[in-house]
Design a protein. Structure first.
Length: 142
């Protein structure tokens, strides 16, 4: 009986170890990679943390309702390589964000570009800035 219990326990642990990667998210699978949305709004929060930096902003839609958007991008290390910092965005900033939208239509996206009111541009990892005027370039993929 004890051997049977140990065998069942070992199989259960083994199965959970090998199935764990199935629960991970991968890249842009949840996003419409062939479509982009552009929204103009006010930054409410900027999370500079792993595994992804997250931007939250309030956007007024066509009917005058405020919609809270959540936009994600890469980890801080990757974002630093293309010119972003922890202080790149702050609550109250008026910005225009272009992003890959979620497939389910919710107000969530994957940032491709942020433009400030003064025209300053921050490139996203999925849509690098052109190589002019010292614009940051993405770190080359291995």
């Amino acid at each position: 009986m004890k051997v049977k219990l140990q065998m069942i326990l070992a199989l259960g642990v083994g199965a959970s170890i090998f199935s764990a990667p199935l629960f991970a998210h991968h890249g842009t699978a949840a996003y419409e990679t062939e479509k982009k949305v552009t929204v103009k709004g006010t930054v409410t929060d900027w999370h500079w943390s792993n595994p992804h930096c997250v931007l939250q902003l309030d956007v007024t839609d066509e009917s005058g309702h405020v919609v809270h958007w959540v936009e994600e991008t890469e980890n801080p290390s990757t974002m630093t390589r293309i010119g972003w910092t922890e202080k790149s965005l702050k609550p109250g900033d008026q910005i225009t964000v272009t992003a890959l939208p979620l497939k389910n239509g919710k107000p969530v996206g994957r940032i491709t570009e942020v433009v400030f009111q003064n025209g300053q541009r921050l490139a996203g990892i999925h849509d690098p800035a052109p190589n002019d005027a010292g614009a940051p370039q993405p770190y080359p993929k291995q």
